[in-house]
Write a protein that binds this ligand. Structure first.
Ligand SMILES: Cc1ncc(COP(=O)(O)O)c(C=O)c1O
Length: 401
C-alpha cells in the first residue's frame, strides 16, 4: 500500500533489502521487444506466440468448462481428468507408460514446470549443463536456484553437439543437463543417436535430464520427436517439461506439466503447491479435449508451420539474410553480417524503429553477448498476412546491401 509518510531514506533502505538472488536478473529482452513493437507499430516477429486462433473445439471446451462451473481450485498437482488424458496421450504416442497418480505435476506453463523442477531438485552450487545458444529463461532459473550453468556451445550450421566438450563439462558437481528439443532458438531437433549418447553420459555420471519438449509437434522434414524419458535408462532420471502453449496455440492459458519418476514428482509437487497452488481449472478441463484431438490435428499443425517456415526463409534470403534452416520449433536464426551493423542490438533497434519489424537480438541467447552479435531471431508463428506485411517492410533492407 502507498505510504505517503515514507521518506526517501525509508525508500532507499527498502530498495537495499531486495534479495541478492534478484540482482543478476534483467528484464526479458524478448518481452521488451514485444513492447517496442507495440510502441512503433512494428510487425512483431520477436516473441513466440501465434497471432492466429486456437482450435475451435478447444476454445469451446474452455467455455463449456466455465459454464459447467469448473471454476474452483483443481487438485494442486493437476485435475484428475487432465492427468489421465496426459498419461493416455504419452502411451498412445510414444508407448510411454506414465502413472497419472504419482508421476505428473500440472503447472502454470512450461515456465513454472522448469522453475519448480530446478527448485525441487537442485541445491545451490549444483552444476547444470546447458547447450548454448539457449532459451533465455534457463539462466534466471539457475540464478534463482543458486545452480551454476555450465555451457556447451552447439556448432552451426547444423548445431551439432561437440561430444568431447560435453563430456568434459560433466564433473562431480554436475547434477542435471537441460535439453530443449525441438530447440528454441536454433530449430535443432536432437537426433536419436545424440540423445542416446547424452543418455549414456547421464547414466554413467548419475545425472538428471530436464527436457523441455514444448515444441514436440512442431517438427519438419520427416524428423521424429524422441522424448528423452523413452531412452534406455532414462525413465528414472528424466523430468519431461511440456505445456499446452505451443501445441494448441494457447500461450496465454498457462497450462503446463512435468512427467517424472514418483520421487522426483513428489518434490516438484511440493514446490508447485506453495508457489502457485495450481493451474487454471477450466483450462485443464479444456486440455482434456485438446489432448484427445486426432493425429490429423498434429499433422496439419506441422504442415502449416512448415509452410510458414518456408515462407519466412524465402523472404529472409531474398532480403540478404543468411539463415540457419530450422528442423523444428518456430524460430529462425539469421546472420546479419551483410548489413554492416556494429551489433545485433543496434540492428534490432533499427529494424523495429525504421523498418517496422521486431526481432530478438541474438545476444539474448548467449552468455557472452559478443557471440550473438551478428545474429537475430525471427519467430514465424504468424498468419500469412502478417508474414507478407513483414516481407513488404523487410524488402527495404535490400537498399542497404
Ligand atoms: C523452449 C521454451 N520453453 C518454455 C517456454 C515457455 O513456455 P510456457 O509459455 O508454457 O511457460 C518457451 C516459450 O517461448 C520456450 O520457447
Amino acid at each position: 500500500m502507498h505510504d505517503p509518510s515514507a521518506t526517501s531514506a525509508t525508500v532507499a533502505r527498502t530498495m537495499q533489502t531486495a534479495s541478492q538472488r534478484t540482482f543478476g536478473l534483467v528484464e526479458s529482452v524478448i518481452r521488451e521487444m514485444t513492447r517496442l513493437a507495440l510502441h512503433y507499430g512494428a510487425v512483431n516477429l520477436s516473441q513466440g506466440y501465434p497471432d492466429f486462433p486456437a482450435p475451435a473445439e478447444v476454445k469451446e471446451a474452455a467455455k463449456r468448462a466455465i459454464d459447467g462451473d469448473i471454476n474452483q481450485y483443481a487438485i494442486t498437482w493437476g485435475a484428475k481428468r487432465f492427468r489421465d488424458a496426459l498419461a493416455r496421450k504419452a502411451s498412445a504416442t510414444f508407448g510411454w507408460e506414465v502413472d497419472p497418480e504419482t508421476e505428473i505435476c500440472v503447472t502454470c506453463g512450461a515456465t513454472e514446470a522448469m522453475f519448480a523442477s530446478f527448485m525441487a531438485l537442485l541445491n545451490p552450487g549444483d552444476e547444470v549443463v546447458i547447450f548454448e545458444p539457449f532459451y533465455e529463461n534457463y539462466g534466471p532459473d539457475c540464478s534463482l536456484t543458486g545452480a551454476i550453468p555450465r555451457l556447451v556451445r552447439l556448432r552451426p550450421p547444423d548445431w551439432h553437439i561437440p561430444f568431447d566438450e560435453l563430456e568434459a563439462a560433466f564433473n562431480e558437481r554436475t547434477r542435471a543437463i537441460v535439453i530443449n528439443t525441438p530447440n528454441n532458438p536454433t530449430g535443432k531437433v536432437f537426433g536419436h543417436d545424440e540423445l542416446e549418447k547424452i543418455a549414456r553420459l547421464c547414466c554413467e555420471r548419475d545425472v538428471l535430464a530436464v527436457t523441455d519438449e514444448i515444441y514436440e509437434y512442431i517438427i519438419y522434414d520427416g524428423q521424429r520427436h524422441v522424448p528423452m524419458a523413452t531412452m534406455p535408462g532414462m525413465r528414472q532420471r528424466t523430468v519431461t517439461v511440456n505445456a499446452m502453449s505451443k501445441s494448441y496455440s494457447v500461450t496465454g492459458w498457462r497450462v503446463g506439466w512435468t512427467i517424472a519418476h514418483r520421487d522426483l514428482t513428489n518434490s516438484i509437487r511440493k514446490v508447485h503447491d506453495f508457489v502457485t497452488v495450481g493451474a487454471a481449472a477450466p483450462l485443464q478441463e479444456a486440455g482434456v479435449t485438446a489432448l484427445s484431438l486426432p493425429q490429423s490435428y498434429y499433422d496439419s499443425l506441422a504442415a502449416e508451420y512448415n509452410k510458414r517456415r518456408n515462407h519466412l526463409l524465402g523472404i529472409l534470403e531474398e532480403c540478404g539474410f543468411r539463415c540457419f534452416r530450422p528442423q523444428g520449433a518456430y524460430y529462425a536464426i539469421a546472420d546479419i553480417s551483410r548489413f554492416g551493423f556494429e551489433n545485433d542490438t543496434k540492428f534490432a533497434e533499427f529494424l523495429v524503429r525504421e523498418i517496422g519489424v521486431a526481432v530478438v537480438p541474438g545476444s539474448s541467447f548467449y552468455r557472452n553477448p559478443a557471440d550473438g552479435a551478428q545474429q537475430v531471431r525471427f519467430a514465424f508463428c504468424k498468419k500469412e498476412e502478417t508474414l507478407n506485411e513483414a516481407a513488404n517492410r523487410l524488402r527495404r533492407l535490400r537498399d542497404r546491401l
